[in-house]
Structures are given as C-alpha cells and as structure tokens.
Design a protein around this ligand. Sequence first.
Ligand SMILES: *[C@@H]1O[C@H](CO)[C@@H](O)[C@H](O)[C@H]1NC(C)=O
Ligand SMILES: *[C@@H]1O[C@H](CO)[C@@H](O)[C@H](O)[C@H]1NC(C)=O
Ligand SMILES: *[C@@H]1O[C@H](CO)[C@@H](O)[C@H](O)[C@H]1NC(C)=O
Ligand SMILES: *[C@@H]1O[C@H](CO)[C@@H](O)[C@H](O)[C@H]1NC(C)=O
Ligand SMILES: *[C@@H]1O[C@H](CO)[C@@H](O)[C@H](O)[C@H]1NC(C)=O
Ligand SMILES: *[C@@H]1O[C@H](CO)[C@@H](O)[C@H](O)[C@H]1NC(C)=O
Ligand SMILES: [Fe+2]
Length: 468
Amino acid sequence: MGILGSPSFVTLALALCLLLNVAALCSSGGVTSSYVRKVEKTLDMPLDSDVFAIPPGYNAPQQVHITQGDLNGKATLVSWVTMDEPGSNEVRYWSENSKQKKLAKGKYVTYTFFNYTSGFIHQCTITNLEYNTKYYYEVGLLNTTRQFWFVTPPQVGPDVPYTFGLIGDLGQTYDSNKTLTHYEMNPRKGQALMFVGDLSYADHYPYHDNVRWDTWGRFIERSVAYQPWIWVAGNHELDFAPELGESVPFKPYTHRYHVPYRASQSTAPFWYSIKRASAHIIVLASYSAYGKYTPQYTWLEQELSKVNRTETPWLIVLLHSPWYNSYNYHYMEGESMRVMFEPWFVQHKVDVVFAGHVHAYERSERVSSIAYNITNRRCIPVKDNSAPVYITIGDGGNIEGLANKMIEPQPDYSAYREASFGHAMFDIKNRTHAYYSWHRNQDGYAVEADSMWFFNRYWYPVDDSTTH
Ligand SMILES: *[C@@H]1O[C@H](CO)[C@@H](O)[C@H](O)[C@H]1NC(C)=O
Ligand SMILES: *[C@@H]1O[C@H](CO)[C@@H](O)[C@H](O)[C@H]1NC(C)=O
Ligand SMILES: *[C@@H]1O[C@H](CO)[C@@H](O)[C@H](O)[C@H]1NC(C)=O
Ligand SMILES: *[C@@H]1O[C@H](CO)[C@@H](O)[C@H](O)[C@H]1NC(C)=O
Ligand SMILES: *[C@@H]1O[C@H](CO)[C@@H](O)[C@H](O)[C@H]1NC(C)=O
Ligand SMILES: *[C@@H]1O[C@H](CO)[C@@H](O)[C@H](O)[C@H]1NC(C)=O
Ligand SMILES: [Fe+2]
C-alpha cells in the first residue's frame, strides 16, 4: 500500500483540513446541478430543413446579418449574400420617424475553398445613425427586395439599461434551433447578442463543405438580421486545411463576418472592442498570438488603459477558450492566455468574462491566480473581489454534442456547472447592478436555471458571490 492510501496519511490530511482549511485537499466548490439531461445525439438539420430555405425570387439576398459598425453604436454593418450575380451593393434605409429613404453603398467579395465557390458576399456600413431609433432597411432589387429593421442602441453613457444575450458554439443541429428559439422567446428580450465563437461547424464535413456556412447564415438570419451579433472567432473558424490547399486560417469567417476592428485601433479582425450603451466590450482572440510584444498584447495593454468607467461602467471581455473550466473537455487550454492577461483583468476590474469552447455551462466565483510566480507555490486560485466572474456559455448545441465529464470534486472556484444546452442574458440595469440569468433548453422560455445579481466592480465592489 502506498503512502496515499495509508491511514496515517488520511488522518494527516483531515487534520490539515481542519487546521489550515487547505482548499484543494478537502473542500469542494459550488453547485454541480443535479439536472440530468436525456442523452441524445445532436444531429445537424438536413439541407432541406425549413430554417435553411432559400428566399424566393431571382438572386434574392440571403444570409442577411448585422453587427455594430463603429466604436459607439452610430453605425451598423449590414451583410448579405447573393448567389446568381453580384446584384445591387446598396442598402436603402430610413428611420421610423422620417420616411425619406437614404442610400448606403457597400462592396462585395467572393472566395473559394477547395472546390467550393462562394456567392457574392456584400458588406455595407450605414453611418451617422441616430441613437435609440428604429430603422428599416432593404437589400436587393425590384421583385427580390427584402426588408428588415433594427433599433440603434442608446447613446453611450453610465446609466443606460441594456440587455445582451449570450450564445456560444451554436452550430446547426436541432438543438441549435432550440437554443435560438429559446433566446428569441426569452421574455427578457435581448437587444444585441454576444456570440462567443464557433459558428457553423462547416469544418465537421468532408472538405469543410462551405455549403454549411451558407445554411448557417440562412438559419440565424431570423435573429441577426434584426439585432447585432457581436462576433468572436473560435477554433472552428480556423478552417486550416493544408491538405486541401487551404492554409490561410479563418478564410470563410473573415470573408463572411466583418467586424469594426479598425475603430478600436486594432490591426486584425480577431481582437477589437466596441462600446454599446453602458458597456465596454473587449473581444480577444484565443487563436492569434498573445505573447508579450505581439500585436494583440500591445493592443490590449493600450485598450485597457482607455476604458473609462465613468462613461461605460461595465467592462466585459469575450473570448473563446475559457480560463477557468472544470470540465474534462478542453481542460487548461485557456491557461497560457490566462497567465498573460489575468493580472491586467484584476488590475482593471473586469466585471465578467464570457467564453465558449466547452459544450456545457459553468459560472465561476470571483477568483484570481495572479499571486503565483513559479517559485512561491501560491498556485491555488484564491477569492479575489477585484477579479471577474468567468462564465462558460459554449452550450449552443452543436453537432459535437455535450461535454458531460467534470473534474471531481468540483473545485472551489466553480460556483455552478451543468451539462445542458442553453443561452444566457446579461441585463444591465444601471451603473451598479446587472441581472444575469442562464436558461436551459428543456425549460419554459422564462425559466432561469442559474442566476446572479452582478455588482459592478468599479462602482459597487461589494461581494456578490451567490454561495457565501
Ligand atoms: C424577377 O424579375 C426578373 C427580371 O425582371 C425576372 O426575370 C424574374 O422572373 C422575376 N422573378 C420573380 C420571382 O418574379
Ligand atoms: C468537391 O469535391 C468532392 C470530392 O471530390 C466532391 O464530393 C464534391 O461533390 C465536390 N463539390 C463541388 C461543389 O464540386
Ligand atoms: C426550428 O425552430 C423554429 C422555431 O421554433 C421552427 O419553426 C422550425 O420548424 C424548426 N426547424 C427545425 C428543422 O427544427
Ligand atoms: C470619462 O468619461 C466622462 C463622461 O463621458 C468624461 O467626462 C471624462 O472626461 C472622461 N475621462 C477621461 C479621462 O477621458
Ligand atoms: C515570488 O513571490 C514571492 C512571494 O510572493 C516574492 O517574495 C518573490 O520575490 C517573487 N519572486 C520573483 C522572482 O519575483
Ligand atoms: C440600480 O438598479 C438596482 C436594481 O434594479 C436598484 O436596486 C438600484 O436602486 C438602482 N440604483 C439606482 C441609483 O437607481
Ligand atoms: Fe471551440
């Protein structure tokens, strides 16, 4: 019998627990949900599904999607695809109050991937919009014109309420469709969606069949044509396939989903920031270099120094690969980025970090591991009131299925975890309070499976832990 199994070791360990309360040895963390989802295969919806229907009419615009087009929310970037010919590059738009139509002119691109050739991908930024205003917009020509609308955010400012939805790792299965429906039907009414990476999962198919990028664009149109989705690049956007002659990473993603990265002085679309209502949102790239001296590192250092909590009280970070994850899936993949950036997040009092990648749900306590310096042994996460809450929301429901194996016992830093598909809402009330809720797909639309009142780290840095 080895030392670990010997009675004296057990006694010693117990004594240590009592005397020193050594967290890693004896205590377990928060809640591992007792909800057990029925194990089913997640299957992609077939190509002839209703959600993939091609809009009628010659060269009709399809895959219409919008995102914020500038730093402050006075511009909207509209994108759509035409399949037969380029067609019109223009967006006609008008505000609810003035029926006078205006025109914005865009550009289109095409790309090839192995033996796939894309349609004509249009990108057009509408600028100088009024805040807090409903706009209608039209794309296409004559008999194939399609009309949509969106509402611009309120002017950036400290106490403007705003509700963000959260979805990650969506894919295009029957479960993905349930997640999207639950988001649309949520009575809290998301006004913009933060999408934490891994979009279509087209790379699951032989030759990364990019037809699945097109079907995904048609699937999500029913939401993203009407409210901006804020994009984060995940590993399924890499589409790195040298064996197919495709060795430029992110090719389909960067052609299809543009983001306003230049507005925040970024030099690449994978890391950037926007301000929307009372939130300053920083998007980071788990799959672009982030070591010291890299473009992303130097950009983030400057970006954090620009955050003005008087203007935008809420500091939110989005990235794909989580830093605090107690599932066996993708375990510690986010560790190297955590080592680089975590001290800055604590110093600048980031309120919350949302990640995807792990196909399940998890919410952390406010903890940090920044004391550790390789020689001092202080390598256990500790409660830290200036640290963000880390939320893994990679539970959109893609074809790879659920992550349901967890590290046991639940570590102290994990406040709540559950292997179910769902989405979340971050509902900012004012500069001090935001209400957060997580909704699993098996429940009614209004049901909250997990929730938390967030107290702003800058304006109201009171302990907001749900477990103590
Ligand atoms: C739309 O207009 C084009 C050109 O005028 C015509 O060829 C086509 O048949 C029309 N399509 C529909 C669905 O009306
Ligand atoms: C691409 O190549 C694959 C393998 O040869 C083939 O099955 C597929 O039909 C081709 N697709 C197109 C659009 O040519
Ligand atoms: C997807 O969800 C929508 C809305 O609930 C529904 O109308 C549609 O039939 C669903 N499609 C599939 C293929 O599940
Ligand atoms: C921060 O924002 C407030 C409100 O917009 C403004 O009055 C102040 O000058 C800004 N501070 C800095 C350092 O820019
Ligand atoms: C590591 O941390 C310890 C204690 O926090 C400190 O005394 C020591 O100087 C640090 N080592 C280095 C190389 O910074
Ligand atoms: C901020 O919102 C919270 C929650 O709705 C509320 O309790 C609080 O009174 C608000 N603060 C102010 C200053 O209005
Ligand atoms: Fe991922």
